[in-house]
Design a protein around this ligand. Sequence first.
Ligand code: GUN
Length: 283
Amino acid sequence: MSARVLAGPPAAAALLADAAARAGRLPTSPHLVIVCVGDDPASRSYVRGKSRKAGEVGLRSTVHALPESATQAELLALIDTLNRDDDVSGILVQLPLPAQIAEAAVLHAIDPRKDVDGFHPLNVGELWAGRPALTPCTPAGIMYLLEHYGVAVAGARAVIVGRSHLVGRPLAALLLLGDATVTVCHSRTRDLGRVTREAELLVAAAGSPGLVTPEMVRPGATVIDVGINRVLGADGKGHLVGDVHPDVAGVAGALTPVPGGVGPMTVAQLLANTVRAAELQHA
Ligand code: GUN
């Protein structure tokens, strides 16, 4: 038996259609501003993808590209201008930032009502207090994907591998809000396989290619692969692989592919968050 494939694009399309309909009820089209510092090719490519998708669903987007040498003061001054601009609905500062800029100072500076990443401490706190407002895109996108495919969350034993601030931690908060029983594993977890084998819902978000192998998966489990790892194939070309070994498809009940699983959900959720931010500002 091969696992049911939980493809990202149909779920992302449903999320985007809902966001576009909500955007149409606002007085002006929501406007996402993306700030990118430096010329990391992966970051530039992500930013182009986000901006293109915004246009496809009728949102406005602007990209501010600052040089690698930009100072923290310059970036904070730009954020201050964007915070004050009523025509800006959402602000995203693409991470990682160059070493001379303190990430925490930047994330604190963004107006929480425009924080489409959900990384501002106020939004992090509201999420853990059970009052989610703007929540991080990848975890929120995963929750939408699970709902789209009818995967039961309430009462499920969920295990997350990875404790990052971008994925593992906020996803734990969202799954708890969905009444799952949640365990978060990480690089210091003893006997990882013993814990992951308990999971009815297993999320791999460690950034480690092929980390989750078939013997670590409970037969029939739903497995969500958040890994986007670029590895060199036998053909000498770079390609994307997840944190889940391909043989897991023979054990799992359902599995998200890489690419084409969680990735499209993250971009769709960013645009849904931009519409949400615009709604908050018009409320
Ligand atoms: N870099 C990689 N993922 C993300 C993300 O979700 N948001 C931001 N701002 N930067 C990222």
